[in-house]
Design a binder for this molecule. Structure first.
Ligand code: SAH
Ligand code: F3S
Length: 437
C-alpha cells in the first residue's frame, strides 16, 4: 500500500485540514507514516500569515526533497501554496504539486499524475467546498477539531488569510452536529469548533448561538471550545448561549491585535479600544471565571510609541491569561503594504520584547492566584519531559501531574500546587481505587 507523510505548520485549521487530507487519501488506500524516509508521498501543509512561517517551510523543503524517491511525490499544500501557486514549482524544482485549501478533493488524482511526472498547481477557490463527505483521519481520540466555517470575509489590512482561504462559508448545523455525534460515539469528549471568525458562523438559518446549543447538547460531549472568535461577533444571543451551555469551557481566545484605536482603525478591525473592553466585560459577566488569551501585533505601519504604550496598558487593563505576540510582517497583496511609515525592524524587535515582558508578568499574576484552587482536568497524554502526565483545565491551562498512563483521556479532579508562570503542577484529589495505599 502507498504511504503518506504529512507535516503541518500554522494554525489549528491546518491541523484539521491535514486530517482531511489523510481522510481523502485513506479512502484511496494510503497508509500514514511518521517517517519521511519511508513515504511515497510527502506533503507539507503550510502557513502564509508571516514571512517567517514561509521561510521556515522553504528551509524544510530543502531537507525534505532528499527523502523524495524516484516516482515519489513532494507536495506543498495550504496557504503558502495558495499564495505562491505555480511560482513555487519554479522556486523548488523538486516540488511536483501545489494545492491550496479548496483543492484537496482532487489530491488523489493530482498525486497520481505527479507520480507519472506531471507537475501541477491547483489554487482555484470553491466557495461551496466543505469536504462534507470526507471522513477526517484524526490523530487523537479524546479531543477533536471540527471545522465549521472556512475562509474569511473580513479585510484586516495586515492579513493574507482572505486571499489564501477565500470567501467565508459555514457548514450546515445538522452536518456539524452529525459529525460531533459520530465523534462522541467513538469516545471523543472535547470538541473545538474552528473558523477564522468562528462566531460569525451562519448557515443561512442558524447562527453561532444555535450551533453552540446544538453541539453542546450532543450526548457524551463534556467540553466545547471554539477558535478564533471575532470580538464584535459576540452578540447577546451568543453570550447567553455560552452561559446556558454547560459544556462550553471558560476560555475565549479573543484576538485584539492592538490597544490603540488609531491603529485598530488602520487595521480595519471593526472595534476600537473601548468597544473591545466592553466585549471583555460582557464575556466576564456571561461566563464567570473566563480566561482570556489574545493575539497582538507590534509595529504595524504608523504605530507610534504612544500607540504601543496603549497596547501595553490594554494588556494590563484586560489582564490576559496569555498572548501570542507578533512583529508585523509585510504580506504582498494586502492593503497595509500601501500604508506609509513602516516601523523599523529594531523598533519592532524592541517593542516585542517589552510586550512579552508585560504579557509574562500579567500572566504570572493570574497563574499565581490560581495556585491552591481545585480544577477539573482532561489528561491529554504524557508530558514532553519526565514521566508526568499533561492535562488541561477548562480554562485551557496546562497542568502536569503524576499518575498512571491509564488516566490518559480521562477527567480528574486536581489541586494546582505550583506554577512556572503559564503552566502548573497539580496533585490528583482522587486516586483510582486500585492505586490507593
Ligand atoms: N482569523 C484570525 C486570525 C488569523 S491569523 C482572527 O481574526 O483572529 C492569526 C494571527 O496572526 C492574527 O490574529 C494576527 O495576530 C497574526 N497576523 C496575521 N497577519 C499578520 C501579519 N501580517 N504580521 C504579523 N502578524 C500577523
Ligand atoms: Fe485575517 Fe482578520 Fe480574517 S485577521 S483571518 S482578515 S478576521
Amino acid at each position: 500500500m502507498p504511504t503518506i507523510y504529512i507535516e503541518t505548520y500554522g494554525c489549528q485549521m491546518n491541523v484539521s485540514d491535514s486530517e482531511l487530507m489523510l481522510g481523502l487519501l485513506a479512502r484511496e488506500g494510503y497508509v500514514r507514516t511518521d517517517d519521511p524516509a519511508a513515504a511515497d508521498v510527502l506533503l507539507v501543509n503550510t502557513c502564509a500569515v508571516r514571512d517567517h512561517a514561509e521561510q521556515r517551510v522553504l528551509g524544510r523543503m530543502g531537507e525534505l526533497k532528499h527523502y523524495k524517491r524516484p516516482g515519489g511525490v513532494l507536495g506543498v499544500m495550504g496557504c503558502m501554496a495558495q499564495r505562491l501557486g505555480p511560482r513555487l514549482l519554479e522556486r523548488v524544482p523538486q516540488v511536483d504539486l501545489v494545492v491550496g485549501p479548496d483543492g484537496y478533493r482532487n489530491l488523489p488524482e493530482l498525486i497520481a499524475r505527479a507520480a507519472s511526472g506531471e507537475r501541477a498547481a491547483d489554487v482555484a477557490f470553491k466557495s461551496w467546498e466543505h469536504y462534507e463527505d470526507v471522513p477526517p483521519v484524526r490523530g487523537r481520540t479524546s479531543s477533536a477539531f471540527v471545522t465549521v466555517q472556512r475562509g474569511c470575509d473580513y479585510r484586516c489590512t495586515f492579513c493574507i488569510v482572505p486571499m489564501t482561504r477565500g470567501p467565508e462559508r459555514s457548514r450546515n448545523l445538522t452536518d456539524v452536529v452529525r459529525e460531533v455525534e459520530g465523534l462522541t460515539a467513538q469516545g471523543t469528549t472535547e470538541v473545538t469548533l474552528l473558523g477564522q471568525t468562528v462566531n460569525s458562523y451562519h448557515d443561512g438559518v442558524h447562527d453561532f448561538a444555535d450551533l453552540l446549543r446544538a453541539v453542546g447538547a450532543v450526548p457524551g460531549l463534556r467540553r466545547l471550545r471554539f477558535t478564533s472568535p471575532y470580538p464584535t461577533d459576540f452578540t447577546d444571543r451568543v453570550l447567553v448561549a455560552m452561559a446556558d451551555t454547560r459544556v462550553v469551557c471558560e476560555h475565549v481566545h479573543l484576538p485584539v491585535q492592538s490597544g490603540s484605536s488609531r491603529v485598530l482603525k488602520r487595521m480595519l478591525r471593526r472595534y476600537d479600544r473601548e468597544r473591545y473592553l466592553e466585549v471583555v466585560a460582557a464575556l466576564r459577566r456571561a461566563v464567570s471565571g473566563v480566561a482570556l488569551t489574545t493575539d497582538i501585533i507590534v509595529g504595524f505601519p504608523g504605530e507610534t510609541e504612544s500607540d504601543f504604550a496603549e497596547t501595553l496598558s490594554l494588556v494590563e487593563a484586560v489582564g490576559f491569561d496569555d498572548a501570542y505576540t507578533f512583529k508585523y510582517s509585510v504580506r504582498e497583496g494586502t492593503p497595509a503594504v500601501r500604508i506609509k511609515d513602516h516601523v523599523a525592524e529594531e523598533v519592532k524587535a524592541e517593542r516585542l520584547e517589552r510586550l512579552i515582558a508585560v504579557v509574562r508578568r500579567v500572566a504570572r499574576g493570574k497563574s499565581v492566584a490560581l495556585v491552591g484552587t481545585e480544577q477539573e482536568v482532561l489528561v491529554e497524554g504524557r508530558a514532553r519531559r519526565g514521566d508526568l502526565l499533561q492535562a488541561r483545565t477548562r480554562t485551557n491551562k496546562v497542568a502536569l501531574l503524576e499518575g498512571p498512563a491509564a488516566w490518559i483521556g480521562t477527567y480528574r479532579r486536581v489541586r494546582l500546587t505550583g506554577t512556572s508562570g503559564t503552566t502548573f503542577t497539580a496533585w490528583p484529589l482522587e486516586r483510582e481505587p486500585a492505586l490507593m495505599g
